[in-house]
Design a protein around this ligand. Sequence first.
Ligand code: NAD
Ligand code: UDP
Length: 337
Amino acid sequence: MRVLVTGGAGYIGSHTLLELMAQGHEVCVVDNYCNASPEVLVRIRSLSNGTLVDHIGDVRDSVKLDDIMDGFQPEAVIHFAGLKAVGESQERPLHYYDINVSGTLCLLRAMDRIGCRKIVFSSSATVYGVPKYLPYDEAHPTNPTSVYGRSKLMVEQILTDWTAAQDDTTAVLLRYFNPVGAHASGQIGEDPSDIPNNLMPYIAQVAIGKRDALTVFGDDYDTADGTGLRDYIHVVDLARAHVAALGYADKATGARAFNVGTGQSYSVLDMVAAFERTSGKTIPTKVAARRDGDIAAMQADATRAKHELKWVTEHNLDDMTSSTWVWQSGNPNGYKS
Ligand code: NAD
Ligand code: UDP
């Protein structure tokens, strides 16, 4: 299939490009590089000889999008482009709604113009909000607690309405849990431009000596060791879910949400212990207050994805931490290394 990938130079997008090309899909990337390095595509081209074209562009730039659509004529779009920092979204709501929501509207108009009928969207488990029960299944009520989460839910609604209005359209709404890890080559991984907000890249930067210690945000949750539980998923498994979603979109119509997680959860201290075990490094920790807006536990029921997307995870916790360490130690300054 010819697949247009917005935000394809980012963390999840880059891993997905490799999986798509490995399956023979032709890919075209559009990215404005606000949170990515052009070096990513250099490395992807060295790892794969699949068909990859790329454009520097913003998804809100309709003229540019029309031009790209006319040239590439995608049969499907995977839409990663967007902003993802929860804290920043509270401070800059209009900026987040502009890029995440208006950007999607521009993209859909450009798709409609050329008759492109299938989209796979990067949604998030954060659309569920405070759990009424766990694991979350897709029928769990949605009640996001941040601007970021609401922007994702708004796009899910827009895509649902888009498919309702046209019989032959498909929107696959992938609700990611916590992506971690890196490509087996050690060449592609997560490269935060600032102090990492997320647990795994922070641990990795402590391990290479960039940061002194991991701050554990709260050890008084109602969990076995008192620290937060999350459903971490290896980024390569997540990337493969997009390939599966394209196969699904080829046969199904309408909008459908899928949880993309492992169904298992680990605490902050479990993650530290696994990282120490696979890297041989000691990770000093200090406990601080809970982070605003954090919940005690999150876990996916990924049964629907297993049955309907025919997708299951293949990587375990040690694969997640060891691949992170191989990437971080081989690229101490990320793509600037
Ligand atoms: P990322 O920041 O690494 O990738 C996003 C990419 O989109 C970047 O390459 C960035 O340069 C590009 N981009 C941003 N705004 C753009 C615009 N206006 N026009 C064109 N390109 C633009 O993030 P990621 O972790 O790879 O996440 C990809 C998607 O998955 C995002 O939509 C994110 O909200 C969603 N998601 C991520 C997580 C996570 O924990 N990483 C969890 C759930 C959902
Ligand atoms: N966390 C932590 N220290 C950090 C970053 C995260 O203790 O420096 C904890 C956080 O409180 C949560 C878990 O690690 O319990 C995962 O956090 P992350 O930001 O990676 O993901 P999210 O909050 O989006 O689930």
